[in-house]
Ligand binder design. Structure first.
Ligand code: TA6
Length: 282
């Protein structure tokens, strides 16, 4: 079957379903320009989407791949993780070839964004589905006449059968800021990171891909352009405090985020910046 792209209704919101080669598929919502599902040809869902996610735009959708911009987390005075997660993005391009399906979503500044952040910008998120991989490319264009600086992320929620069984490789030797432990900075000295408690770490200046060993949901992850990789799992108590998460949601998710968190990005007037994250089912 040839790859296709169709407009669908997903929990009451307009979305696109990309069907790639051999039945690989993804769903991207206009709300937040957010990928909400990625299934590989083996029929397995690879992304976590909370059963209690809210789709009415009153808050960001919990799961998938939220786009955080122009602020990561609470690293500034803007709403947490910026303001594009609850915006309605437009479809800028859709294309299917023999071995891929691709969609570009876009959003730009308007009066509401300028009231919060006084800059002219255009964001484009391009999502490409191939047989066993999905690529997310974020283009940040400075369409104004003064330079701006942002932080942000592709806040990817991987689905796990049991997060306690997951081992993450590729972080050895990198410094991380531990947001779950008073923002202390430490160096990772283990060959594998296991998730055994609340984990909220900003790994800085990442130079290697990560391998998430998770049985038949194992994933290779490569980012480009984004300097940092964030690893987040809320564990039991923090999860219970999130109204849009089921009680056992922490067990079935692991965020591995391509981020510009501890190093902000400056985009000169009239220029563009690109950041990418690629997930490969292994
Ligand atoms: O990226 C990790 C993080 O900043 C965590 O501290 C955690 O709070 C998470 O993002 C989720 O944020 P959200 O605004 O979606 O609840």
């Amino acid at each position: 079957m040839k790859p296709t792209i169709e407009t669908i209704d997903f929990h009451g919101i307009e979305a696109l379903r990309l069907t790639g080669p051999r039945g690989a598929a993804a769903v991207i919502s206009r709300l937040g320009g957010q990928v909400l599902s990625w299934t590989t040809p083996d029929g397995r869902e690879r992304l976590f989407l909370s059963d209690k996610a809210v789709f009415d735009g009153s808050q960001p959708i919990r799961g998938g791949v939220p786009v955080c911009f122009p602020q990561f987390a609470n690293l500034g005075d803007l709403p947490k993780h910026g303001f594009v997660r609850t915006r309605l993005w437009d479809v800028a391009a859709r294309r299917a070839g023999d071995d891929y399906a691709l969609v570009t979503m876009e959003t730009a500044d308007d009066e509401a964004t300028r009231a919060l952040w006084p800059h002219a910008f255009k964001l484009e998120l391009t999502v490409m589905v191939e047989t066993d991989r999905i690529d997310f490319e974020l283009c940040v264009a400075n369409t104004g006449e003064t330079d701006f600086t942002f932080t942000g992320a592709l806040h990817t929620y991987l689905r796990t059968v049991q997060v306690e069984d997951v081992a993450i490789e590729g972080l050895y030797g990198h410094d991380y800021r531990d947001a779950a432990k008073g923002n202390t900075v430490q160096r990772d000295t283990g060959t594998q990171l296991l998730i055994e408690a609340e984990t909220d770490r900003v790994y800085r200046q990442i130079r290697r891909p990560q391998l998430v060993q998770a049985g038949n949901l194992s994933t290779g992850i490569q980012s480009q352009g984004f300097p940092d990789v964030v690893i987040w799992n809320p564990w039991v108590e923090q999860c219970a405090a999130l109204k849009d998460m089921p009680a056992d949601g922490w067990r079935h998710m692991l965020c591995i985020e391509a981020a510009a968190a501890d190093t902000a990005v400056t985009v000169p007037a009239g220029e563009e910046w690109y950041g990418r994250q690629t997930l490969v089912a292994v």
